[in-house]
Ligand binder design. Structure first.
Ligand SMILES: [Zn+2]
Ligand SMILES: [Zn+2]
Length: 277
């Protein structure tokens, strides 16, 4: 993997930041920060493919383990982190982010700005995304990860045989995105309202589906539907349609499987009638 460029910039007053960072801050922070005590710390700008890949929960975990207070948010430029820490703490923080970046993340640069006058944070929190001029990268779709595959094959899992299973380490990204920041409301998954169980996973920073924007399950997500080319489509529940498609292929049928990015034609390669049709 390519090494990320880590730049450290001298001390600045927090109130004299560059316009884009100031805008991000204004959009992502509460009005309560206007008053009250201020602290010294760092402003960390991370650029690259850092949205929708589980980057914010990784930062959250590192911050908790290092025992530092602050916050992290996605914005149009990537990820912006504010941490109340020392110069030594800043290096340790950046080194761990590079070493422990999630599987799908591609860090291009980490810019650390030492600032005076940061708001005083209680603990470390993940803030909602904020908008701005788009300059960040979106991850490509990724093949189903081993953990998701294992769930799909486990009868006791609620995603047993569910074809749209994904998490922050795998699943669709670029194919479903309509605009950035990469949030569910900005993807083609926006029309599927999450069920309670998915919502719980989506909101838990310790869950591997924390902010997995395409999160879905058989209860709330898209379903596999078998459509006969000759007759009207009939919606069938759950994974039964996949079993039916398998039966049809065994009987010599040709099935067009609609995937995320196109169609895949499937038939029994050992059946000469199906192959020559
Ligand atoms: Zn996965
Ligand atoms: Zn669900």
């Amino acid at each position: 993997m390519r090494r990320a460029v880590i730049k450290s910039i001298g001390m600045t007053q927090y109130s004299e930041m560059r316009p884009e960072d100031a805008r991000t801050d204004a959009a992502s922070s509460g009005a309560e920060e206007d008053a009250g005590p201020r602290a010294d710390g760092i402003l960390v700008r991370v650029r690259g493919t850092v949205q929708g890949v589980g980057f914010r929960p990784t930062v959250w975990r590192i911050a908790r383990e290092l025992g530092v207070a602050g916050d992290v948010a996605n914005d149009a430029e990537g990820v912006l982190i504010r941490v109340a820490t020392t110069r030594e703490g800043a290096s340790a923080f950046a080194a761990r982010m590079t070493a422990e970046a999630p599987a799908l993340a591609r860090i291009e640069s980490i810019e650390i700005r030492h600032v005076q006058g940061l708001p005083v944070f209680e603990g470390f929190i993940i803030r909602p995304s904020s908008a701005g001029i788009v300059r960040t990268l979106v991850a490509p779709d990724a093949a189903t990860c081993p953990q998701c595959v294992s769930e799909i094959h486990t009868q006791t899992e609620r995603r047993y045989c569910y074809p749209f299973t994904n998490c922050t380490n795998c699943g669709p990204r670029l194919t479903i995105i309509e605009r950035v920041p990469y949030d569910r409301t900005n993807t083609s998954m926006a029309r599927f309202a999450m069920c309670e169980a998915c919502q719980r996973e989506y909101q838990d920073p310790e869950d591997r589906r924390f902010h997995a924007e395409p999160i879905a399950c058989p209860r709330c997500g898209p379903k596999a539907q078998l459509v006969d080319a000759a007759t009207a489509p009939a919606q069938v529940e759950g994974h039964d349609d996949i079993a039916k498609a398998v039966t049809l292929i065994r009987r010599g049928a040709i099935i067009a499987i609609k995937g995320l990015g196109g169609y895949h034609l499937a038939c029994d390669a050992t059946n000469p009638d199906a192959v020559t049709e």
